[in-house]
Write a protein that binds this ligand. Structure first.
Ligand SMILES: N[C@@H](CCC(=O)N[C@@H](CS)C(=O)NCC(=O)O)C(=O)O
Length: 212
């Protein structure tokens, strides 16, 4: 079995700590019990080596032997291929996990990230475009609410789809954006109560604090 190396920044400012997307990969690796190590790349000086692994100069990326993968969703699908703790083995369960993984990224995060940029920047409620983003996110949460009210995990058993959906919704919850969506909020609480999330979160916080 090849070495798994997760690369994240050496340091980030306080605000994104606990939410940097390497947490998704840490969480998956912990769930699967796969051995890995964490490497750092400079936050302030992104060099050619960084762009060779992650063309946008972002994190995370994962190397698995001589394979290097960027995009948290692609990394989690790759890890899903290595552990049934992350991806159901039956065809129906697998396709459910895959559709919900893409839904987390391409339907919900697509609405939550622009919304959270507004929230992070402390813009007033009547800033141009703000209502549209509120409505866009609300439309997605309204559809997630009955789904999550009916099931514990998106693909039957816990999977990579839950790591991504819970992490996407966790950022919305940070700004109290799930107040009107109790099933979404309970789902985030359920997912983040897992010991592997607690370990991933603590490890990320310790990693960035060590560089202060
Ligand atoms: N779609 C990418 C997004 C990666 C991403 O946004 N990474 C953030 C950290 S959470 C980053 O590197 N931000 C710094 C930047 O964009 O310059 C993924 O899911 O891996």
């Amino acid at each position: 079995m090849s070495d798994l190396v997760l690369t994240t920044y050496d340091w980030v400012p306080e605000i994104p700590r606990g939410y940097v997307r390497d947490i998704r990969v840490r969480w998956a690796l912990e769930e699967a019990g796969l051995p890995y190590r964490v490497a750092s790349t400079p936050f302030r000086h992104r060099d050619a080596e960084h762009f060779a692994h992650q063309p946008f100069g972002q994190v995370p990326w994962l190397t698995d032997g001589d394979i290097s993968i960027f995009e948290s969703g692609a990394i989690l699908l790759h890890l899903g291929g290595r552990s049934s703790a992350l991806m159901p083995v039956d065809p129906r369960g697998r396709s459910e996990a895959m559709e919900w993984l893409f839904a987390a990224l391409n339907s919900v995060e697509m609405a939550s990230v622009p919304w959270s940029i507004f929230m992070f920047s402390d813009d007033s409620g009547d800033a141009p475009g703000r209502k549209r983003l509120d409505d866009f996110l609300k439309a997605r949460l309204q559809r997630m609410e009955p789904v999550l009210a009916k099931r514990e995990w998106l693909a039957g058993t816990f999977s990579v789809a839950d790591i991504l959906m819970a992490d996407v919704l966790r950022l919305v919850d940070r700004f109290d954006g799930l107040a009107a969506h109790p099933a979404c909020r309970d789902y985030v609480a359920r997912a983040t109560a897992r010991p592997s999330f607690a370990k991933a979160y603590a490890d990320q916080m310790a990693h960035f604090a060590a560089a202060d």
